[in-house]
Write a protein of this length. Structure first.
Length: 352
């Protein structure tokens, strides 16, 4: 049996933590402090021991929602895909989850626990009575050489990248000053196409940049047209073995220059050259398939100490997302009617 111990944050050896092979950008100190900054929660880093041996760590945020103490790793709405565990080879994640549950409910006094770990598998869905949600995404293998990465894309995608280059479109790393407002303004234009609004504010983006960009874990990228105007922007965090598509904004009137394809190709090469093994596309939106991807699925697990809390949590989530999902379905149906084809998933990504 594993035991869980929470040392003071000042005693954490962050360099030792970052040396774990399964370490992700969302588990680093910079990202945890970013999430704590807008949730009002506190960072929780806990050690997992088997007898006297340290076999791993858990990373999360302790916070309150409607007065209820919750341990999230992460929690939906945090614009954070995964957190979970860092474990020594051979250590079971499901065993670690069972130990974490005892720690969360008995020692921290939590009434609800949510964990999404990148290394959970669909076969773990029934673990210890947890409710679950499948988290689907796409991956690109960045270990392929650049010619092969291009060859794996659809012909239309390759043509779009070449068109952007021939049109004089330039993609560049961007400085942090003013980037949050620039990006969020372009993101609003993306959502407006579907009569939606972004699910997070420019203040959230500012906090992300403030906390994470100085660490080197966050690429801010800008696309300029031939006249030097900003027509698209994107944020792509990365650390360890994988990078991630966090968000992309662009202006509709400049889509003919194909800035989005140029932006993603730039980000893939940027992180490939920095040793990333995989690029995670942040959701299974249909438009991402053209970049040469493979499906990826993990689990978001959740459990309440009392069944009524689980019911209330699930009901609140359905009520919150229903209007947005309804507007998106209506938009997709409208597009399908105009094209005379079945509806497909379009528009902004699924990261929440």
């Amino acid at each position: 049996m594993l035991t869980v111990h929470r040392p003071p944050l000042d005693n954490i050896d962050w360099n030792a933590l970052d040396a774990f092979g399964d370490r992700a950008f969302t588990q680093r100190r910079h990202w945890l402090e970013f999430v704590a900054s807008f949730t009002g929660g506190e960072v929780v880093v806990a050690e997992l021991h088997r007898a006297s041996d340290l076999v791993g760590y858990f990373n999360g945020i302790l916070f309150r929602r409607c007065g209820i103490p919750i341990l999230g790793s992460p929690f939906r709405g945090w614009t954070t895909p995964y957190m979970g565990f860092n474990l020594a080879p051979g250590t079971s994640r499901i065993e670690a989850l069972a130990s974490l549950e005892r720690f969360a409910f008995r020692e921290l006094g939590c009434l609800h626990l949510e964990v999404t770990d990148r290394h959970f598998t669909p076969q773990d869905a029934g673990a210890h009575g947890y409710a679950h949600r499948l988290v689907r995404s796409f991956l690109t293998d960045l270990m392929e050489d650049e010619d092969r990465l291009l060859a794996n894309m659809t012909g239309a995608c390759r043509r779009a990248i070449r068109k952007a280059e021939k049109s004089g479109v330039v993609v560049e790393p961007a400085a942090p000053e003013g980037f949050a407002e620039e990006y969020h303004g372009q993101l609003q234009d993306v959502f407006a196409k579907q009569a939606l609004r972004p699910t997070y504010s420019s203040a959230r983006v500012r906090k992300l940049i403030e906390h994470v960009h100085p660490s080197g874990d966050l690429l801010l990228a800008r696309v300029r047209d031939p006249d030097g105007r900003s027509i698209a922007t994107g944020l792509f965090p990365g650390f360890g073995s994988f990078s991630f598509f966090w968000g992309n904004g662009s202006l509709r009137e400049h889509q003919i220059l194909r800035p989005n394809e140029a932006l993603h190709w730039f980000a893939m090469r940027y992180w490939k050259r920095r040793g990333m093994r995989w690029h995670d596309w942040g959701g299974p939106n249909a438009y991402k398939a053209k970049y040469g991807v493979v499906p990826f699925t993990t689990l978001a697990l959740r459990k309440s100490r009392y069944a009524v809390l689980q019911y209330a949590r699930d009901l609140a989530e359905r009520l919150y997302y229903f209007p947005r999902d309804l507007r998106r379905r209506r938009y997709d149906a409208k597009v399908a009617d105009a094209r005379g084809s079945p509806a497909t998933e379009t528009g902004p990504g699924s990261l929440s």
